[in-house]
Design a protein around this ligand. Sequence first.
Ligand code: KIV
Ligand code: NA
Length: 265
Amino acid sequence: RRPVSIHDLRASKQRGEKFVMLTAYDHSAAALLDELGVPVLLVGDSLGMVVLGYESTVPVTLDEMLHHTRAVARGAPNAVVVGDLPFGTYQDGPSQALASATRLLKEAGATAVKLEGGGPMIEVTAHLVRAGIPVMGHLGLTPQSVHQFGGFKVQGRDVEAADQLVADAVGLADAGAFAIVLECVPTELGARITEAVDVPTIGIGAGPHTDGQVLVWHDLLGLTTGRLPRFVKPYADLRSEIAGAVKAFSSEVADGEYPGPEHRY
Ligand code: KIV
Ligand code: NA
């Protein structure tokens, strides 16, 4: 089969066909998702929270992103592999962003990068796109700004904030972003932004009207503990599956049942 390109995503939007993106942080998950035909794999900086145990995405380094993006890219010959630019590696402006993004493509094999925010990030996006780097935008609840928001809160609730997000989305699309993630915005705003731009929107907590939907691997599979955001729908209960496997292994070893004759040399 033919590898997916960023242009296929825009074509999906034009045809009105919804698509999914999933996060991936390692080779085995990436290889499975690629084989399943998932068109876009995001090496999200959610890596910091779900894999590395940080309190937020703020501490994630470019080296950590490079390490995991490499593993994912090696496992995903067909999907578009998007690497998140971590906090502090692009906010200083176009040249800092280009240096960081270049590393994600050259050293880690990403197809594209994702960055958070509108405003000054529109010019940053334009600069990367001019340099030949596909950029995915990210608006709404942008987790790298959690301290500025004062917590993980729905964004764009009042008219002014909503209008600003629409303007930012249009700005990112005009700057050449090939897709825009919308995180934690009211359903009507998700629909409004999706209509306002030609490029696909990919929602997470942005309602059903975005062109695509993204979930974090651990959330999709029921591996996340604690209080889940409202938008999370676990499609499996892998925690229970894993607990069952570990218990069975432990008790079979205790009973001398494993390794059986067929597992011996
Ligand atoms: O880091 C991440 O996983 C993300 C998605 C939730 C969009 O940015
Ligand atoms: Na992210």
